[in-house]
Design a protein around this ligand. Structure first.
Ligand SMILES: Cc1cc2nc3c(=O)[nH]c(=O)nc-3n(C[C@H](O)[C@H](O)[C@H](O)COP(=O)(O)OP(=O)(O)OC[C@H]3O[C@@H](n4cnc5c(N)ncnc54)[C@H](O)[C@@H]3O)c2cc1C
Length: 619
């Protein structure tokens, strides 16, 4: 944590924080050990808690959630501006395998270890991708998982509150009809915008980019206003725990046990009958049983790890780790995708006050916190800003046709991990995904890069449609420890090209005369870096290029078996019975957006699918 952030946290902690905080407790291990529940959910993160909430609506169904992380009221998880801190205490300590495409760089893999998972520590951006992003999932053989199939669940998960700041103040646009009116999660706008964000918008408008009235309408290409996962009344974080668990914690048929790590799914042949877990405090090992289903919701890194440890995964990986193979399933851990990004920076002058650097100025900082505590207004209300730009490839580079035709002409196996060469189904699925990706990159219906519109010189460009694929695999020297997370960033050179085009676009953008009032001077990557190689090297040298936006997905992909999928469109793991997955690992193709709003929709839909198959068998 930087010294300025440290003093900010200390300052914040010293102030009276008067928010009614419900006393939420974990159930005890002794109260569940050896018992049988209708549903056992592994992982009480974002998706796990949504599914637990919905499945326990039926009082006659018992639901148990097992979560490694604690229940927390850490102030960093409540106050929006503190949400931008990297909260190491509530994250796993896990680094990626050195990435050859990034000069051997290993980066922290960002994953929440807390009840509520990523929703409790994330940047609170609450946006959706374009309809075409989700329709791609349906095209990959998943009926019902396109835009039309997901829209009702995007709505079901949220209660939307329009912004208090008026259209006149900031020209904030929205269309409430694309959100819900009584869903558990609060989606709203902070009671504050930095004044200079108006100038950023003016620059985008002057460059002719589309400005859709509502990004959540299925048209998320251009500069848009997005809500954040924010309680509009208290101006505090709304997350999966507070929204989906606290509200139903008194249900007698719902139990949540934190501080335990599930190690293995227990099978009878290949029918899941329960799980084995370790209590972190005393290392005791216990078992619980599931009558209807075991549901994995441990996220894109730990769900494949648990499956592999349980004997379901690529036979060679399992054998190398000394795990008995119960089901050879190459898809478990394959297909890892994320949004690689460059953190560029321009020094600026003449910024309005307050600006995003408010916390390093004692007077601005004190005033900001005083406003927040007194009236819930001011910069402290804001985490991730509410202005985002997601641009198509053709709008950032005239080279787009060349990039797309290069992708189409590639021999895929030249740029994929070895597992694709040995598995025709996995390769077929990748080829289908590649062809959809090329199509989306050549048009204007879906975005290729994200360029956040910050009211100062930070410009994070993130590649949204990576062609490279990583993997998650058991660590052969310590199978029960952290798995190997290999992002393989830029293994496909098209991803590197798109990143470089995004950097060049950002440079042109900062030359916009409208931004000249800030006297911008490029610091990162720095004007000395001109060739493509120089740009990448300069970014790496300044630790400004990274493999992950905390959007790991795809490692147990939902696709037909002929495409090398891990779960079918009803989320059941191929080759097994009574075992399903509901987390970000099922995403077949990472969408051009931050993931959380999509994860709430996926989990809501998953809960309906699971309910339907048990309550109306045969349908
Ligand atoms: C630092 C950070 C910033 C982010 N910023 C944003 C943002 O601004 N906007 C946005 O839309 N998205 C953001 N995201 C992404 C978003 O939060 C995730 O995509 C989302 O939380 C994924 O949901 P999930 O249920 O798949 O996994 P998670 O929410 O990670 O939940 C998985 C849970 O499983 C638990 N678990 C793992 N292994 C075990 C085990 N063996 N036994 C028991 N429990 C286990 C974990 O502790 C965790 O709580 C961010 C994520 C992070 C980490």
């Amino acid at each position: 944590m930087s010294p300025s952030l440290k003093s900010l946290v200390t300052f914040a902690a010293a102030l009276p924080f008067v928010i009614a905080v419900p006393a939420v407790k974990s159930d005890t291990v002794s109260s569940i050990r050896g018992k049988t529940y209708d549903y056992v959910i592994v992982g009480g993160g974002l998706t796990g808690l949504v599914v637990a909430h919905r499945l326990s609506e039926n009082k006659s169904h018992s639901v148990l959630v097992l979560e490694t992380g604690p229940i927390t009221e850490d102030i960093n998880t409540i106050i929006p501006t503190l949400g931008n801190n990297i909260n190491h205490a509530l994250q796993y300590s896990i680094d990626s395998a050195p990435d050859p495409g990034l000069g051997g760089l290993s980066v922290g893999v960002l994953i929440g270890k807390v009840v509520g998972g990523g929703s409790v520590i994330n940047g609170m951006a609450f946006d959706r991708a374009s309809a075409a992003d989700y329709d791609a999932w349906e095209q990959l053989g998943n009926p019902g998982w396109g835009w039309n199939g997901l829209l009702p669940y995007f709505k079901k998960s949220t209660t939307f509150t329009p912004p208090k700041l008026t259209r006149k103040d900031f020209n904030i646009t929205y269309n409430a009809s694309f959100y819900g009116t009584n869903g558990p999660l609060q989606a709203s706008f902070p009671n504050f915008e930095f004044p200079d964000v108006k100038v950023m918008w003016e620059a985008f408008r002057s460059e002719g980019y589309p400005t859709p009235r509502e990004h959540a309408s299925g048209d998320a290409v251009g500069a848009t206003w997005i809500p954040t996962s924010l309680d509009p009344k208290t101006q505090t974080r709304s997350d999966a725990r507070r929204a989906y668990y606290d509200s139903v914690k008194n249900r007698t048929n719902l139990k949540l046990v934190s501080g335990v790590e599930v190690n293995e799914v227990l099978f009878d042949s290949l029918t899941a009958k329960g799980v084995q877990f370790t209590t972190l405090a005393n290392k005791t090992v216990s078992k619980v049983y599931a009558k209807r289903e075991v549901i994995l919701a441990a996220g894109s890194v730990f769900t494949p790890k648990i499956l592999q440890l349980s004997g379901v995964g690529p036979a060679d990986v399992l054998k190398a780790a000394g795990v008995k193979v119960k089901k050879d399933l190459a898809a478990v851990g394959a297909n890892l995708q994320d949004h690689p990004n460059a953190n560029m920076f321009w020094s600026t002058q003449n910024l309005s006050i307050p600006n995003p650097g408010f916390s390093s100025d004692p007077a601005q900082n004190a005033s900001a916190w005083a406003q927040y505590y007194a009236h819930r207004i001011g910069p402290v209300c804001q985490s991730h800003g509410s202005s985002l730009a997601f641009l198509s490839l053709q709008s950032i580079t005239s080279n787009y046709k060349q990039i797309v035709s290069t992708i189409k002409a590639q021999k895929s196996t030249d740029y994929l991990p070895a597992v694709y060469k040995n598995n025709p189904n996995l390769l077929r699925g990748y080829e289908a995904a590649k062809s959809i990706t090329a199509e989306l990159l050549s048009g204007t219906k879906a975005a290729a890069v994200e360029i956040p519109m910050n009211a100062f010189g930070l410009a994070i460009a993130a590649v949204q449609r990576p062609l490279s694929r990583g993997y998650v695999a058991l660590n052969t020297t310590n199978p029960t420890g952290n798995p190997i997370v290999q992002f393989n960033t830029f293994q496909n050179p098209a991803d590197r090209t798109m990143m470089i085009e995004a950097v060049k676009w950002t440079r042109r953008h900062w030359q916009n005369p409208i931004l000249a009032r800030f006297l911008p001077a490029e610091i990162t990557p720095g004007v000395a870096a001109q060739t493509d190689d120089e740009i990448i090297q300069a970014l790496l040298k300044q630790s400004a290029l990274t493999a992950t936006f905390a959007h790991q997905s795809g490692t147990c992909a939902m696709m037909p078996e002929k495409y090398g999928g891990c779960v079918s469109s009803d989320l059941r793991v191929y080759g097994t019975k009574k075992l399903s997955i509901v987390d970000a690992s099922i995403i077949p193709l990472v969408p051009a957006t931050h993931l959380q709003a999509t994860m709430y929709a996926i989990a809501e839909k998953a809960a309906d699918i699971i309910k339907l198959r048990h309550d109306f068998p045969g349908r």
